[in-house]
Write a protein that binds this ligand. Structure first.
Ligand SMILES: NC(=O)c1ccc[n+]([C@@H]2O[C@H](COP(=O)([O-])OP(=O)(O)OC[C@H]3O[C@@H](n4cnc5c(N)ncnc54)[C@H](OP(=O)(O)O)[C@@H]3O)[C@@H](O)[C@H]2O)c1
Length: 283
């Protein structure tokens, strides 16, 4: 991408932000990372100071507790929507492009095929509604932007399905895991490489993109894969999402069609099994 100055990463100590910051450095991009408490994306002065002299902003900051968002939807909306709109307006003012991270939770998961970028969102949860509202606010702010929707992410710097499953496996010999949720387990380290590749393109890629590892699986099959790679003796039993009452409704189909991203990058992400195996071996 043309332009001077560092890449600014918001939410730099979160799961994706940590890997993205490291990947920028590894690939020779100057980077400045911010997170709570030194920067609150709801605060205009904080944003102005962070964006000063940068060549692009990547927003990985978000309210990400899907269950708790049902109890505090206003807070989720402030962080995931109002603040993103504010970021967009400031970016328009300063002429800085914004790369914003969003989620499969903008969809209701009822389609019987992988989701393309133009499929109409219909979020099922307070978290999903706040993220969808954030996308719309950014799009109407007047800045140059791209929205990268990601799903089923795991990484070293955060809580995620892989870590939770391994924790559960320590105390429970039999694990019941849902077989009716399908998606693509995606490593934040791999996503970071995709985002950096996008940032390095000669022209900032505008629009909405779906980014996920290649191939699809269920949570049940993913759990079996994790136990197999780690050599765990636990038995994994399939069950349905409806058997686990939860405050937030989740999309059952989180599959993304990533052909648009492939057309821009000239490559697919690796099949989900490869990075997950590497991640498990390094744990
Ligand atoms: N994890 C997934 O499975 C998943 C799936 C789809 C999409 N996404 C999206 O991916 C992006 C990155 O998420 P992640 O997985 O890296 O989540 P994460 O680990 O929770 O990171 C989010 C970061 O944002 C920070 N943050 C929260 N409120 C803030 C505020 N007001 N101002 C500044 N920073 C704030 C958090 O700080 P605290 O920890 O101190 O709150 C945290 O460091 C998000 O847009 C998320 O919606 C994630």
């Amino acid at each position: 991408m043309n332009g001077a100055g560092p890449i600014v990463v918001l939410g730099a100590r979160g799961m994706l932000g940590t890997d993205l910051t490291a990947c920028c450095l590894k690939q020779g991009l100057e980077v400045r990372g911010y997170d709570l408490p030194e920067l609150d994306i709801r605060n205009e002065e904080d944003l102005k100071e962070a964006m000063n002299g940068c060549r692009a902003v990547v927003n990985c900051a978000a309210y990400t507790n899907v269950e708790r968002a049902e109890q505090e939807p206003e807070l989720a909306m402030q962080i995931n929507a109002d603040a993103v709109g504010l970021l967009g307006c400031l970016a328009a003012l300063y002429g800085v492009p914004v790369m914003h991270i969003s989620t499969d939770f903008v969809f209701d998961g009822t389609l019987e095929r992988p989701y393309v970028e133009t499929d109409p969102p219909n979020p099922l949860s307070a978290y999903g509604r706040s993220k969808w509202e954030g996308e719309k606010r950014l799009a109407s702010s007047g800045c140059r932007f791209c929205i990268v929707r990601v799903q089923w992410t795991y990484g070293r710097a955060g809580t995620n399905f892989v870590v939770k499953l391994l924790e559960a496996a320590r105390s429970r010999p039999v694990l019941r895991v849902v077989e009716d949720q399908v998606g693509s387990p995606t490593a934040t380290s791999e996503l970071a490489e995709v985002l950096v590749q996008m940032l390095k393109l000669p022209i900032f890629p505008e629009g909405v993109f779906h980014a996920a590892a290649c191939g699809y699986t269920s949570r049940f099959e993913m759990a079996r894969f994790i136990c197999q790679v780690k050599g765990l003796p636990n038995s994994i039993e399939p069950c349905r999402t409806s058997e686990f009452p939860s405050a937030a409704k989740r999309p059952l189909n989180s599959r993304f069609d990533c052909r648009k991203l492939r057309s821009v990058l000239g490559r697919d992400m690796r099949p989900w099994q490869e990075p997950l195996k590497e991640f498990l071996e390094q744990l």
